[in-house]
Design a protein around this ligand. Structure first.
Ligand code: ATP
Ligand code: MG
Length: 377
């Protein structure tokens, strides 16, 4: 797929700026705080409806204004489509495709696919489990947009389940033993298990597919015999893909943890407590990996995201590289550039062109970013 043009209105520090992309690679060149990452963020929003920098639309709309707009023209094998996202500081967003406003925002997903790679992604290895769950979920949303709906439903039931546990704990603070309402709890448990199982199975399936791709990339980049293993560590143990079996394991665990949930006043069982482990030669990369090993691992993950999206969607996604090339050593830089070639449209931010290969620069479109304006240098 190819992003032909982008038009930002009152988005972050862009007042009214249109841009046409003319080459498979675009380099956004500019000093700090000029709007380079803001532009990538706009593309990220088109791909995922989320920004990794904020959860509030108010931050995305230009200060003191009410609305922002991101418009794009995207070329795919089946034709060109016009995407539009309107963000409001005080109310809900609207999304439209080819001039038609969508009733369900999840229908906006799947038009534009992108993989984002910034130095923040090192947190994938070093950060807490939540960071890895978000990564898994964001990738899944692009692969199967219906996953957004599944995750939302699970989130709602989880919220209600938590409220119920809290309420019961409050009711019986004077009692020596907890007074659980068995029928009501059983009802929520059944819902949690059903919806949770959907989340678990999809995560497990995706990671099973991603793992061998990442392993191949990891071997190629590290140039060594080190073996990468991506292991899904679900909170509810699953040894099969059978929905019935997972649901049963879920319900069993809910039962054994019921007292603990009561005392901790929160739901302790379910995919909101999942983790994903990265092991290099059987050793957790999180605690023991050197910085270089962690970098290699993240690069391997990003390359496998690109490849998996391409396999599932049938077209190469965009690659958004935010300040990341300079962070990689020459060997890994080349590995990444060799892979990208002209296969993936790539937007790259940088503060200086010095670190780029001359041959490579000749084939790229360079845009100067200054105070929310784009010019050709
Ligand atoms: P760096 O090289 O440091 O990463 P950058 O070019 O990527 O810089 P951005 O993060 O894209 O910088 O842009 C930051 C600028 O955008 C800041 O000056 C900030 O004040 C401005 N900005 C962010 N949000 C808004 C907003 N809602 N309204 C107006 N300006 C904003
Ligand atoms: Mg930036």
């Amino acid at each position: 797929m190819f992003l032909q043009s982008l038009h930002l209105k009152q988005f972050r520090n862009y007042g009214d700026q249109a841009v046409e992309f003319l080459a498979p690679k675009t380099i956004l060149l500019g000093e700090n705080a000029q709007g380079k990452s803001n532009l990538l963020e706009a593309v990220e929003l088109l791909a995922t409806l989320k920004s990794h920098r904020t959860r509030r639309d108010r931050d995305l709309v230009q200060t003191d204004l009410a609305t922002a707009q991101i418009r794009a023209s995207l070329k795919r094998e089946l034709g060109v489509s016009a995407l539009q996202l309107t963000l409001r500081s005080g109310s809900r967003r609207t999304a439209s495709v080819n001039g038609e406003t969508l009733r369900r925002q999840q229908d906006f997903l799947g038009h534009l696919n992108a993989v984002q790679f910034s130095c923040l992604d090192l947190d994938l290895v070093r950060g807490g489990p939540g960071r890895r769950r978000t990564w898994t979920d964001t990738l899944l949303m692009q692969l199967e947009p219906v996953y957004v709906h599944i995750l939302q439903q699970y989130g709602q039931v989880l919220k209600q389940s938590n409220a119920l546990i809290k309420q019961q704990a409050k009711q019986s603070t004077d009692e020596p033993a907890p007074q659980l309402d068995p029928t009501q709890l059983a009802l929520w448990d059944a819902q949690l298990a059903t919806l949770g199982t959907r989340v678990i199975r999809r995560r497990a399936r995706m990671l099973r597919r991603l793992a061998p791709i990442a392993q191949t990339w990891h071997r190629a980049i590290s140039g060594s015999a080190e073996q990468l293993e991506i292991r899904y560590s679900p909170n509810v143990d699953v040894d099969s893909d059978d929905a019935g079996q997972i649901q049963q394991a879920f319900l069993d665990k809910l039962q054994t943890r019921a007292m603990a949930e009561y005392y901790q006043r929160t739901t302790l069982v379910g995919p909101h407590r999942d983790d994903i482990s990265f092991l290099i030669d059987d050793t957790p990369a999180r605690q023991y990996g050197s910085q270089g090993q962690q970098r290699t691992l993240v690069l391997a993950l990003k390359l496998s995201e690109l490849q998996l999206i391409e396999e599932v969607v049938g077209e190469p996604p965009l690659l958004l590289l935010d300040d990341v090339l300079a962070e990689l050593d020459l060997n890994r830089q080349n590995q990444l550039l060799d892979t990208i070639q002209d296969r993936f449209q790539t937007l790259i931010t940088t503060t200086h062109l010095g670190s780029f290969d001359a041959q490579w620069l000749k084939l790229s479109q360079v845009l100067q970013v200054k105070n929310g304006c784009l010019t050709t240098p």
